[in-house]
Design a protein around this ligand. Sequence first.
Ligand code: AGP
Length: 602
Amino acid sequence: MCGIIARIGHGNAAEPLLSGLENLEYRGYDSAGIAVQNGSGVKVHKCSGEVSRLKSKLDSQPHGNMGIGHTRWSTHGPPTDENAHPHTDTAGDVAVVHNGVIDNYEELKTSLRAEGHEFESDTDTEVIPHLIDEYRAETGDTERAVRRAVDVLEGSYAIAAIVDGEEAVYAARKGSPLVLGLDDDEWYLASDVPAFLERTEDVIYLEDGDLVVLDPDAYRITDLDGNPVERAVDTVDWDPEDAGKGEYDHYMRKEIHTQPTALANTIEGRIEDGDVAFEDLPAGSFEDVECVQFVACGTSYHAAMYGGQLVREAGIRTEVLRASEYESTSGPVDENTLAVAVTQSGETADTLDAVRTAADRGARTLAVTNVVGSTAAREADDAVYIRAGPEVGVAATKTYSSQAVTLAMLSQRIAGDVPTATAADDRAAMLEALADLPQQVETVLETSEAEPLAADTIDSESFFFIGNGPAHSVALEGALKFKEITYEHAEGFAAGELKHGPLALVTGKTPVFAVATGDADGKTKTNAIEAKSRGAPIVAVGPDDHPLVDIADAHLSVPDTHPVWTGLLANVQLQLLSYHAATQLDRPIDKPRNLAKSVTVE
Ligand code: AGP
């Protein structure tokens, strides 16, 4: 939540700051701001609304070779001009942007007020520039002042600061992501790589406790005691074009349509001689595993359900847990427990908290993530990357598909290693069929009837999604996507649950989307018939020859494949349905209200 950026170099900073903020807007978009420093003071420009509003309010390009920027997802205080970042000290000499939550801001504010500091916002962040100002006055040294300021902060932060009259950017992190981008003649700091991917692919992923000082010609990283710290430079293998919308109207549409490429990358080099091979996790890596716990939120949870079922079918004790409920739902954990954090961003606070708890209880941890250098990847004992490329739309699409395929492959790797596990009879056929999945997704994209179906059903009162077995998680994901971007009421159920309550809501104005994979979906047809008897239009989502199609009023078709992969093709149809319904309702597809892509608060 919230995106921060900083830039220092020899040219003008405003343009890269503003374009970087646009690429970070997936992290929050209820207000935006920049501050630049040009030798005649720190100039702050900020307002509620999106980056486009900020740009339209700027009379001319602010001038200065260094600056900071922020796009906000409100935690403390509503999205107003005053609460937008950057925040400054009373004199306006120190400007700060912040991603995170300062838990002790009220007591800090009280003591700063007693020293004469005046505050203008409701935010927790505003204490930071005042603290830096206070300690600068005491020490006469900004770097020491920043160090002292972060030392008294409780909570999480990635901050960047500029100070009037200084050719420097100061930054620090604890519990919130911060990455340093290294170009030939300019340096960047940002919450995530897409902020500067068009300018450089060379990055340093900063660690908690790192403090960075940038000047136009050099960067310096120290710990909080001022001791120099060495951090490796990584080269990001994301294509700069991935950070833009390309020919598409929305990132979500682009990300739906680039799933064949994303899936091909996910699979590439990982199926060898009918077996699964993960880099850094060779055969035998999981032979001590007795229980697998998946922890995840939202869409990642649905992908975890998909993969978890395959581990369970191999006879291995499996729990798929909502990360926010981990404390109260986890079974016993020991050193033979593998806790798998499934998280696209690798920064979701609930998921990080759950996997840390699992580690504290003795579990081995594995991150399945899209983001190299993310907190989950760095903290877990091992990491497997889903290789989907950057996803900007708040609604997760291609990363769900890549997560589900990665987890399905992981399930086979684990099942192959655990001595007591039973391999699926048709394991070889399943893995062989995976090679055709990217092309089959392409077929769905080219032939989908989701757009006219969305037009036909958009006036409905509620939208229900049902499925059994692997299709259950697809139904849940279909409903989540639908409500997230259309703002219409949508719910997903295990098909058999419909008659235990939700059926009371079913009328002629509540279409039921019945997902079928051809595996364990016996109850889906009978429950769809029960809904049809109450007048509900039924939409079958599955293969052409599935018995459900015979009783349905409409059909979203998917190509024949191994039943393990059918649900992923059905999900692509449901992604398109949500997208077209939301487009017809004129919703802000990539930035649904109240949401942010990376949820870094609990
Ligand atoms: C899905 O469309 C959502 N944006 C959301 O449910 C998301 O999947 C969830 O917040 C988890 O995010 P993560 O994968 O980055 O941990």
